[in-house]
Design a protein around this ligand. Structure first.
Ligand code: GLC
Length: 438
């Protein structure tokens, strides 16, 4: 049974692999290379085709800008199934943008540190993988330096995102209060996503107006980080983004130690890491809620809602035992009902929760993968196993979807798998779940 599932997952990945040496998240809906998708996809490949895993990472890192920035979408090819494409983003406005490939001018969570470490653990030929890591690790390091030097405006170890697409959790209810502070123009454009997926499962047209408007502001300032920090109506410190940065810092530190030398980089990373962990705990933890929350840098206040991102610091290792215990309690009290799959992307007890709509309630496999590993590292094996088994069950029952209804009995539909089908990271992370050495 497990072998069959793995074979099906491999077929998904093979079908999404492109001649240019990268893998698309899902045919039609997402026809390019996405930053954090690529990391998870490489992890899936690593279990059966290390050469392919290396290629995925190499292609992604090759799109890095001169200032260390790595974009969220790399437009290797033309496609008319996606909007907004390269002509809208115009990333070449930035003087240090890649001259080789077109891309967006925004980024996504920095997963490559911990992905390189996973590859090192999985690889049978350690010498070969170390050679690969030695060649590429500095690019990942430069990406971290880019974040700390350009997006940590208070020099406190937390980096900002200026667009909801940078978070990876595109239409989270978290952003609703920010949209209320804005009044973007009504854009005229042809949505492409809703020709692939039921509109009930995607963001609204008005939400898209906000998304496009922030990009227009960034373009007006030629994607200059300092100016964006001054003028973007959206400026947020995201617990998920920063938890991933911290996890990847730890991974880079460990890998540089294995490689030897690199004292200057080690001390830079160690210094940032101490600050990042401290401020994540001081500024993003909400004691009343018993969870980490987002921080709105425009209003200078926490955004007091709980989402699956609230628990992601478990993955980073930053919470102490007491905070970890509170987090797990909050998760189980609010998200852990027996009639729900773990882990909904937004607080099921909140009025903004919607079990069908994208990041407003459905279960996502990449968040589950991070939560599983975090829970396991803190010794919550039973709950970790529930997260893993729920993920496997959802895929086995419904297929390799992008996201899943978080209700176990779903009155709306027979199929609780939503969004893109044959979705790459659902396949890749299923492989990692099933190949785990316990
Ligand atoms: C959606 C997701 C984002 C992902 C992208 C490609 O935009 O919200 O996290 O990277 O699709 O799969």
């Amino acid at each position: 049974m497990q072998e069959q599932l793995i074979q099906r997952a491999i077929t998904v990945l093979e079908n999404n692999f492109q001649k240019g040496g990268f893998t698309i998240p899902s045919k039609g809906l997402y026809p390019f290379q996405w930053k954090w998708d690529s990391g998870f996809i490489a992890l899936g490949f690593a279990h059966y085709n290390m050469k392919r895993a290396k290629k995925e990472i190499e292609t992604l890192l090759d799109a890095q800008w001169e200032n260390g920035f790595i974009p969220h979408i790399i437009f290797h090819t033309d496609s008319d199934t996606y909007f907004p494409g390269p002509d809208f983003h115009q990333s070449s406005l930035h003087p240090q943008a890649s001259k080789k490939v077109r891309s967006t001018g925004m980024t996504q969570p920095p997963v490559f540190g911990f992905i390189l470490q996973k590859l090192y653990e999985i690889a049978e030929d350690k010498e070969d993988i170390l050679k690969f890591i030695r060649t590429h690790i500095d690019k990942v390091y430069d990406n971290h330096v880019y974040f700390y030097e350009n997006r940590d405006i208070n020099d406190e170890g937390l980096v900002y995102i200026y667009h909801n697409w940078e978070s990876g959790t595109d239409n989270s209810p978290m952003w609703d209060d920010i949209w209320e502070t804005m009044n973007p123009p009504e854009y005229t454009f042809e949505r492409r996503d809703t020709s692939h997926v039921d509109p009930a499962q995607r963001p609204s047209k008005r939400e898209y107006d906000h998304y496009l408007y922030i990009i227009d502001i960034a373009k007006k300032y030629l994607y200059d980080d300092t100016k964006i920090a001054e003028h973007s109506p959206f400026l947020v410190q995201d617990p998920l983004f920063n938890a991933i940065l911290i996890k990847s810092n730890s991974a880079l530190i460990q890998l540089y130690k294995v490689l030897g030398g690199n004292e200057d980089k080690l001390s830079y990373l160690n210094e940032q890491q101490i600050k990042s962990k401290k401020t994540l705990n001081d500024k993003l933890y909400n004691d009343e809620l018993g969870a980490y929350v987002h921080y709105d840098l425009r209003k200078n206040m926490q955004i007091p809602y709980i989402s699956s991102s609230s628990f992601s610091p478990l993955f980073s290792g930053a919470p102490d035992k007491e905070k970890a215990e509170r987090l797990v309690n909050t998760m189980m009290t609010k998200f852990g009902d027996e009639d729900r799959y773990l882990c909904a992307s937004f607080d099921p007890t909140h009025e903004r929760f919607d079990p069908r709509k994208y990041w407003r309630g459905p279960v996502w496999i990449n968040l589950n993968w991070m939560l599983y590993n975090g829970l396991k590292n803190y010794g919550y094996q039973e709950i970790a196993d529930r997260v893993k088994n729920d993920s496997l069950q959802l895929i086995e029952k419904y297929g390799f979807f992008e996201y899943f209804d978080s209700r176990k009995s779903n009155p709306d539909s027979e199929n609780s798998g939503y969004g893109g089908d044959n979705f790459s990271w659902s396949a890749a992370l299923l492989i990692d779940f099933l190949k785990e050495k316990t």
